[in-house]
Design a protein around this ligand. Structure first.
Ligand code: TYM
Length: 373
């Protein structure tokens, strides 16, 4: 662990995350300008999340592009654990996955781990998880994945093929490795201990279903990386290519410190929030401003620690010139926090409105995407 406060696991992200240190600790590679430029050639432009450094690390993403260029079948795999309503943080890997799907015109396997959320959360019943799954599916489809190339499945309703693959994975993973990788203990229930095999299974499901070679790329935030360590370990033992990965940072919550998390609802923007609710949350956000307007004008603010600025920078302001003007003007005392909050609230409001519209339309198309047994 880097600084003593920082914890990053698939179930918990706590403290100040040092991404450079995480690259070392997880043994992943930094996303270099050379690789990003190679993607740019294929995509014809760079997604905001790349331009502003939200995606920062990878495993063999360049080899995955080699495969694409050589005509090997390339595939995307990402997912969601339905433990509550979807928030803006979850959307980050999905928006990026859509950009990759549009660029490489490839199939996407999207796993919804209803089993995981039931097993890992003592409070949740299967009925509650099923309800969240239904709601989350609409958010996933609203992202606009290609219906012809996207297969979404939940572990509990597509269990036969997944279980067939998961047992093959599980045979190669010892309890000692699972314990070291995920921190399981004597009191973990036995479903939790098997679960990593279920999340690894879709890395190989296309190859299993279609009996053809494929190179899989997993876009997600860095918290999911431990699963891919296991998947990459077992892949050659099963005769498959190791899955590649491309990893994002976490969008912070609206408070001071920590990633956006559903367990802190006042500092998370849910896709189900009304414009009024989202505006209220933005207005209460932590900023880098001075305590009074007079001091702000005299001393200037600190955009480097400001959550409002970080949202504009990472997600909501595509205009490079506008965003750097905001930065300079805040530092020079020419901007007050209320103005930035207003600008962000307006952008968030528009975004949510558009998402709601697409989400409603998704009710008609959901069945087109779903894989069932
Ligand atoms: P879940 O539902 O916790 O998260 C879904 C995706 O969102 C990412 N994420 C974030 N990204 C940026 N900022 C944040 N604040 C933030 N919070 C979460 C997660 O990394 C994830 O990519 N076990 C998984 C479900 C899963 C999965 C997968 C995820 C199954 N197969 C393959 C990624 C790839 C889970 O509970 O994700």
């Amino acid at each position: 662990m880097g600084n003593s406060e920082s914890v990053v696991t698939p179930w918990e992200v706590r403290g100040e995350v040092d991404y450079r240190e995480l690259i070392e600790r997880f043994g992943v590679e930094p996303l270099t300008e050379r690789i990003v430029n190679r993607l740019k050639v294929h995509a014809g432009g760079l997604h905001l999340l790349l331009r502003r450094g939200m995606f920062f690390a990878h495993r063999e993403f360049d080899e995955w592009m080699d495969s694409y260029e050589r005509g090997v079948k390339v595939i995307l795999y990402t997912g969601r654990g339905p433990s509550g309503n979807t928030h803006l943080g979850h959307l980050i890997p999905w928006l990026f996955t859509k950009y990759l799907q549009d660029t490489f015109k490839c199939e996407l396997y999207f796993q919804v781990t209803d089993d995981e959320k039931f097993l890992f959360n003592p409070e949740l019943t299967t009925e509650q998880v099923a309800e969240f799954t239904k709601e989350n599916l609409l958010d996933i489809i609203a992202v606009g994945f290609d219906p012809e190339r996207t297969k979404i499945f939940t572990n509990l309703s597509y269990s036969k093929p997944l279980y067939n693959m998961a047992v093959r994975v599980a045979k190669h993973v010892t309890f000692s490795t699972a314990k070291a990788t995920f921190g399981f203990s004597e009191s973990s229930n036995i479903g939790m201990i098997f679960f990593p095999a279920m999340q690894a299974a879709p890395c190989f499901i296309h190859q299993y279903l279609k009996s053809e070679d494929a190179h899989v790329l997993i876009p997600c935030a860095i918290d999911q990386e431990p699963y891919w360590r296991i998947s990459r370990d077992v892949a050659p033992k099963m005769g498959y290519r190791k899955p590649a990965g491309i990893y994002s940072k976490f969008i912070p919550g609206l408070g001071s410190g920590g990633k956006m998390s559903a367990s802190l609802p006042d500092t998370a923007i849910f896709l189900s929030d009304t414009t009024k609710e989202a505006t209220r949350k933005v207005k209460n956000a932590f900023t880098g401003g001075q305590p009074t307007i007079r001091e702000q004008k005299e001393k200037g603010g600190n955009p480097d620690v400001c959550v409002v600025y970080s949202y504009l920078y990472s997600l909501f302001d595509e205009d490079d010139k506008a965003v750097s003007e905001t930065y300079e003007s805040c530092k020079g005392g020419g901007l007050v926090c209320g103005d930035c909050k207003e600008r962000l609230a307006e952008k968030v409001g528009k975004f949510l409105e558009e998402h709601r519209r697409r989400r409603e339309a998704a009710r008609e198309t959901v069945n087109k995407y779903l894989l069932r047994e």
